[in-house]
Design a protein around this ligand. Structure first.
Ligand SMILES: [Zn+2]
Length: 99
């Protein structure tokens, strides 16, 4: 009985608190058409900023790691590193990192 109570507390702790990657759209995020490797055709893409955060439930409390900028396919939600041809058009933060 007591052992199962400890297990329930441990599981609740794992479910409530955690670390996971988040992807946010910036105010000046790039959007446009690119060839999606997963869809194998031209799709609409949106730039997002990736960061890993310590979470309470699904809310990020504080960031632990920056993941840079990615482009996300609006059809299949596949995320990829921005191809070379769109890097000059990414948000100001991404452009300053690459130069
Ligand atoms: Zn796609």
């Amino acid at each position: 009985m007591r052992r199962s109570a400890v297990l329930i507390v441990k599981l609740a702790f794992i479910i409530v608190l955690g670390m996971r990657w988040h992807f946010r759209v910036l105010r000046d995020s790039w959007s446009g058409m690119l060839s999606c490797p997963d869809c194998a055709c031209s799709r609409a893409f949106l730039e997002k900023r990736a960061f890993k955060a310590f979470t309470l439930y699904w809310w990020p409390l504080f960031r632990t790691e920056e993941g840079g900028h990615v482009v996300e396919c609006m059809h299949c939600q596949g995320r990829f590193y921005p191809p070379e041809e769109v890097r000059p058009y990414l948000s100001a933060a991404a452009s300053s990192l690459s130069s």
